[in-house]
Each structure stands twice: as structure tokens, then as C-alpha cells.
Ligand binder design. Structure first.
Ligand SMILES: Nc1nc2c(ncn2[C@@H]2O[C@H](COP(=O)(O)OP(=O)(O)OP(=O)(O)O)[C@@H](O)[C@H]2O)c(=O)[nH]1
Length: 392
């Protein structure tokens, strides 16, 4: 091995001419690095406590001579005096860890007495918001590739520092080629429990689901996108629960305002426009065991209940139709909640539900809101208060 152009006592790096790569005795097992443009950079590396295995030798090394700035150190960059950084930085593009090397890596999940804070169990820990394209099943047996936003969590017992977090995403990816439905998620949570050795697990996949919808009278068609999610969890006793959630956007015309407008016209000949506004219902349901429910089923319930979904394609005949439709189906926010309730309660596939509605009033600078739950013991409660997420 040829030595560096500097004196061998200064520089431990040597060039292996056969391989054309530089090696250091301080980095045994390394595959070496490309030829450096500046040998002094490697000298600094020798002094680095981050890179060297030989701490004693590091302590014996003199610090770079700094005189112009009072001996102030620069750790990562050459300073104004031209002194080399204390720590050298380089990325070895050729290094490939073998199995023995990987086995030697520290693993926080194997540590003891490392828990910070109260040594108690954690109900949910995991990853939120990782994205990937997934194929979603449609009720017509097609597969629709959509952007999926995934949150996966598991429980963690006391005494354990942390979960094997990367397994949340890796386990999910093992099913990435499957056509997803709610039942796929029921399998994912069981995978999580097995792969992360946890007592309980849950996963939620949020997506935006397109459906071609027809205009009211012109016959034009356009895509309506529905924000929705599928969610599954497995409890400690092995019970699996499955949920579907939908955000449904509709128009709400105020019945009180409609009455007052007619009164003005009738009594004083005054033309008046009742207020109406874009509104959103967030419908979350728990699906009964051994049944299946698609997001399209919830969309159908919402359309049936509320009638006045916002439109995609609108020509004048459609706009007139929409005005008539809103006149036919005026609704308070209380009406909206009860109308959806009426639909959901009649579907035997739906075990439990919660509905939160927000009418973003054009009469007020604030919103009218309502929340209703079926009232199943131990099930959903009407404790929704995240109304700002209902803005549309
Ligand atoms: N538990 C935990 N891990 C975190 C957190 N933030 C980042 N991670 C990283 O997630 C990685 C752990 O994933 P693991 O699944 O244990 O990775 P691994 O040990 O290489 O792989 P396997 O043992 O095969 O699962 C580590 O690099 C952690 O630093 C955190 O807040 N908690």
C-alpha cells in the first residue's frame, strides 16, 4: 500500500493501488474511500472522535494551530485562519454493511432502564401521514389507484423504551400490491400486532375518492371528490372493529330565512334572498361484524338524506334546478343531523355512528353546528368538537 503524499507519521491513510481506494487503520473493515482531493481533510478525520475507533490516539493528537482568532475552534468547516475542521465529514458511497455489521448496530428496543418519564404503558404509538399510491376496490369490482395517507399505531407496554417504528410502514408496504378494502385493514392490524409484538393496534387510511356525477338537468358529467377514510383496530382481546368516515359537502338553505323572504314579498312586495351556504357533514360509522361497507354506500346515504349536494358541472338549466332543489329541501343544521341519522339507523350494516354537521353561515360570521350519535353503550358519543376541520 502506498502511503499518503504527506509523511506517514502525519497521515494514517494509504492508497491501495490495486483497488484504487484509500484506507485507514482507524477504520478497520471499511471499504475505503475515493481518492481525496485534499489529504489534509483526511488528517482531520483521523482526529475525529466520530470516525476513529482509537480514542486514546485522538486525545494525544494536538489541536490544529489557531492563532489569528484567539484559538476559537470550528468543528465542521475550515476557519478564517485556514485551520482544518476538528471533525471531518464525508459520505462513503461504497460502504455496504454486511450481516455482522448490521447485527452490531445498537438497538434501543433492547435497552433497559432507558424509559424517560413515567414507566407506564402507552395506548398508541406509531407513524402518522405516510403516503403511497394504493389500489382501492370499487363496488363494481374495479381497482382505483389513489393517494393514500396512512396512520398506523400500536400499544406499547411499560418497561419498553420504544416500538420498532419502521415496521409500521414496512408491514403496511407488504400489502401495497393488494386491492384495498376495509377488510384489508382488518388484516393489517393483525399484522401489526404480530410484527410489533403489541397487544393492540390500529390503522387508518385516508383518501380522496372520485365519482362521476351528473348535472341536474343538462346531462353534463364531472368528477366529485369525496374525502374519506377506512380504519380498523384490534383490541387486546382480539376483537376487530372497522370504521368508515366520509366528509359530504352540501348546500343548506335556511328555512327561517326562506319564510321571512316570502313574508317580505307577500306583505310588502320586497324581493329578498334567503341565506344559504356551503356545509359539511362528517359521518363516521362503525361497521357491523361480518358485513362490509364501502365509502360509496355512505355517499349514497348522505345524498339520500341531504339532497342538496354541491354541483360539479353547471349550465343555466342546472343552476335553476339547484335553486329549486334548495327551495324544496331547506334545512337547519339540526335537520341535517336528523336526516342523516334517519338514513344510517335504517342500515343493518351500520353498528354505530356519529354525525357532525357545520353550516358555514352567510348570515353570520360564525358557523352553525350540530353533532349526533346513535347512543350505543360503549360506542360513539357526541363528543366531537373539532369543527374547524369541517370548513369547506
Ligand atoms: N421507537 C421510535 N423509533 C423512532 C422514533 N423516531 C425515529 N425512530 C427510528 O425508527 C427506527 C427504528 O425502527 P426499527 O423497526 O426498530 O428498525 P430496525 O431495528 O432497523 O429494523 P427491525 O428490527 O428489522 O424492525 C430507528 O432508526 C429509530 O431511530 C421514535 O420516536 N420512536
Amino acid at each position: 500500500m502506498a502511503s499518503c503524499i504527506r509523511a506517514a507519521t502525519d497521515c494514517p491513510w494509504g492508497l491501495n493501488q490495486a483497488q484504487g481506494r484509500w484506507f485507514s487503520p482507524h477504520l478497520p473493515g471499511s471499504l475505503g474511500i475515493d481518492e481525496p482531493s485534499d489529504c489534509s481533510r483526511l488528517l482531520a478525520e483521523k482526529e475525529s472522535p466520530l470516525l476513529s475507533y482509537d480514542n486514546k490516539q485522538i486525545l494525544d493528537l494536538p489541536l490544529p494551530k489557531l492563532d489569528k482568532n484567539g484559538g476559537k475552534k470550528a468543528y465542521l468547516f475550515r476557519n478564517t485562519d485556514g485551520a482544518e475542521p476538528i471533525i471531518s465529514r464525508y459520505y462513503d458511497h461504497h460502504f455496504q454493511p454486511d450481516d455482522a455489521y448490521k447485527a452490531s448496530l445498537p438497538d434501543m428496543t433492547e435497552t433497559v432502564d432507558s424509559v424517560e418519564g413515567a414507566n407506564v404503558a402507552i395506548q398508541q404509538v406509531g407513524i402518522s401521514g405516510f403516503k403511497l399510491p394504493l389500489k382501492f376496490a370499487t363496488p363494481r369490482g374495479e381497482a382505483l389507484t389513489l393517494e393514500a395517507r396512512v396512520t398506523g399505531t400500536v400499544s406499547l407496554q411499560a418497561d419498553l423504551k420504544g416500538i420498532n417504528m419502521s415496521r409500521i410502514i414496512r408491514t403496511f408496504y407488504s400489502r401495497k400490491e393488494e386491492v384495498f378494502s376495509l377488510d384489508t385493514l382488518a388484516q393489517v392490524v393483525q399484522d401489526y400486532r404480530r410484527d410489533l409484538d403489541s397487544l393492540s393496534a390500529r390503522v387508518k387510511v385516508a383518501f380522496s375518492y372520485p365519482m362521476l356525477v351528473s348535472a341536474l338537468r343538462s346531462g353534463l358529467e364531472g368528477y366529485q371528490y369525496y374525502s374519506g377514510s377506512y380504519e380498523a383496530l384490534v383490541e387486546e382481546n382480539g376483537t376487530i372493529r372497522r370504521f368508515v368516515e366520509l366528509d359530504f359537502v352540501y348546500s343548506s338553505a335556511c328555512p327561517c330565512s326562506a319564510e321571512l323572504a316570502e313574508h317580505a314579498r307577500d306583505n310588502r312586495g320586497a324581493y329578498a334572498i334567503p341565506h344559504s351556504q356551503r356545509s359539511k357533514a362528517r359521518i363516521k360509522v362503525e361497521v357491523a361484524p361480518d358485513t362490509s361497507l364501502h365509502l360509496e354506500d355512505l355517499i349514497q346515504h348522505a345524498r339520500e338524506a341531504l339532497k342538496t349536494e354541491t354541483q360539479v358541472m353547471v349550465k343555466r338549466e342546472d343552476e335553476q334546478a339547484f335553486a329549486e332543489l334548495n327551495g324544496a329541501y331547506v334545512k337547519f343544521v339540526e335537520d341535517a343531523a336528523r336526516l342523516v341519522y334517519e338514513q344510517l339507523i335504517a342500515d343493518p350494516r351500520i353498528l354505530d355512528f356519529q354525525v357532525a354537521c357545520s353550516h358555514q353561515e352567510s348570515l353570520h360570521s360564525h358557523d352553525a353546528v350540530s353533532v349526533i350519535a346513535r347512543g350505543v353503550p360503549g360506542g360513539f358519543r357526541a363528543d366531537f368538537n373539532d369543527f374547524s376541520t369541517l370548513l369547506c
